[in-house]
Design a protein around this ligand. Structure first.
Ligand code: SF4
Length: 241
């Protein structure tokens, strides 16, 4: 059966704010909005630039539209962990998913994960303010643990990407900007797709090569990192998002 193609747009909302009506007209299946703070000054500190007002406008426009929204918030201790409750509160009156994400080492800086706030700590903090109900059933291959909160229209997700607690349901493969395939963020590339596509291989041979590397993927990100023999710090934009 053919897969249904879905269109999701990931944005920080800053430049997208001015194009909201165009974005709405293409009727995307959903928007993933990166939002690490609800405070103007802190936004400048985290991103090293202005743009909070545009982000705020974009957020308001989506919340007033019917476009499904996921908010992605990376939590860093000493930076924004005190906003977990207020950001979670965005899901109170809106049927959205607010996802808190562990900081991961993929920004090109070897020391960047010295400050780490775990998914467990995020959950503990949420529990001090809300009655969290853990959803045992969530969409297949989801990478977030979903929680409901009594009285909330939306849900809360926690993505423990650094603790790697959900690898058994991960089905992601990534193609880097150099055309290299990685079956795990922590693994070395295992296929040079660009080379295959630029050679005389048939579609069938390329398909088989992709299936082979997917079948040979590591059990989880811990094993992948161990096999790799070195830490991976490449930026997400290089790895393939
Ligand atoms: S298998 Fe790798 S990419 Fe998938 S969730 Fe685990 S660590 Fe992340």
């Amino acid at each position: 059966m053919p897969y249904a193609l879905k269109l999701f747009i990931t944005t920080n909302g800053v430049l997208a704010a001015q194009y909201f009506s165009e974005l709405k007209s293409i009727n995307p299946d959903g928007i993933n909005l990166s939002l690490d703070t609800l405070l103007n000054e802190r936004f400048r500190h985290i991103t090293h630039r202005n743009g909070f007002n545009q982000l705020e406008r974009f957020l308001k426009d989506i919340l007033n539209s019917k476009i499904p929204l996921k908010i992605n918030t990376v939590i860093q201790p000493g930076v924004n962990e005190d906003e977990i409750t207020s950001i979670a509160g965005l899901a109170k009156d809106h049927p959205i998913e607010v996802r808190f994400i562990e900081r991961m080492p993929f920004n090109g800086n070897p020391d960047n994960n010295s400050i780490f706030y775990s998914g467990k700590e995020i959950e503990d903090q949420l529990r001090t303010h809300f009655l969290l109900i853990k959803k045992e059933e969530f969409p297949e291959n989801s990478t977030s643990q979903i929680y409901q909160i009594k009285g909330f229209q939306g849900v809360i997700g926690i993505i423990s990407g650094y603790s790697r607690t959900f690898c058994s349901s991960c089905n992601k493969i990534r193609v880097s900007t150099q055309g290299l395939v990685k079956t795990c963020l922590y693994a070395k590339p295992t296929l040079n797709l660009k080379l295959l596509l630029r050679s005389s291989y048939t579609d069938g041979q390329i398909k088989t090569a992709i299936i082979n590397v997917v079948n040979a993927r590591y059990k989880d990100g811990i094993v992948a990192e161990r096999q790799n023999g070195q830490k991976i710090y490449n930026s997400m934009s290089v790895i393939g998002g």
